[in-house]
Design a protein around this ligand. Sequence first.
Ligand SMILES: [Zn+2]
Length: 437
Amino acid sequence: MKTIIVNGIVVTMDSQGHIYDRGYVAFEDGKILETGPMEAGMITEDAHILDARGGIVMPGMVNLHSHLGMVSFRGLGDDCKDRLRVFLLPMEKKAMDAELTYLSTRYAVAEMLLGGVTTVVDMYYFEEEAARAMDEMGIRGIAGETIMEDPTCDSPDPKQALAYARTLMEHYKDHPRIRGCAAPHGTNTCSEETLKAAWTLDREFGAPFTLHTAEMDYEMTYFRDQYHMTPVQFLDSIGVLDSSTLAAHCIHMTDEDIQLFALKGAKAAHCIGANSKAAKGVSPVSAMLAKGIAVGLGTDGPASGNTLDIITQMKLCADFHKNETRDRSAFPAKSIVELATIKGAGALGMDGITGSIEAGKQADLVLLETESASMFPVYDPYSALVYSASPQNVDTVFVDGVCLVKNKKLVKADLAKLRSELAEKMNRTEFGKIKKF
Ligand SMILES: [Zn+2]
């Protein structure tokens, strides 16, 4: 049956930037049929009507970079200088397994859906389990199996990780919402041979080649000392920098790196919350956008950025870039909502199916209520979304036209049950032994 969302401020994010005050969006069988301003007498047919009550209807948001299996690490070693070596790697070794990845990913997807994220790129281990969790929860996602030179919790060497990724990609190649990819951990945590093998595998399946890039100080030093290059120049020199490349972070980009990205059509996942919390610096996103590079937003994992919604990232993006440029008019709210929606979808080559509210696209839709205290008045919906909104304003979410969040609650799952099952599993592992405050 057709569904029509009525009485909403419809922020389409189409190429003309249409916004319809008292607008509607009609969809059926997962696809958007039409959108526009409401007209008298238009709702006469047999349809399910959802009254937006003046709320903001926007395209589902895209989270371009995360590690969903890491919910159990959230808040662990947050202000510790060397958190990675002191907390993350040892705990990963001791406690991470397929079951924990599955339960964690399920919980993480719940959090994202409740915050209006409808598409996610994940990158972790046991990604068959992550893909299964994403599929069950109804989100649109890419499950990236992490490939590393060192032994990991699911693969003793990169060859086996690549074989795991191939099986995953085969399994999901015809799935309507879920795909797999081979995701090398980073520019300097994989050998040249491994990077090339992962890129070749991703090309075979038409999957994004996603990896951490130009993120760490020591990564920059390593490539300078070893090759007299930047990590981006290195990726280009071995032939794996192209329009399939989705580079996470891109903090330490030189002008030449930005030129190379523009020339090769490489994409960037901007993770401002995780980057600023870790005191790593601020990616030169304005310069990248000025060169026409596709940039979207990512949360990074819950151990890095803590929260997994994109609304929080939009606000941080505005705050940091305005402050950095000392320019109040820099990064206007509309340009940030673009990063969260249509540009994020574009960075995945998925802007033909999601990222805007247009006839023919999949019905990935979010309704934010404007009845909460901070959401009144709404002079400009872009401004309300970036500066006033929080994930708690997300009222209703559809993916492929399927209602997954209604009245701020999950429709197909119970958050308390997801949490208790994850907590019970954590208690059976090394996480259960951690002394809390
Ligand atoms: Zn990351």
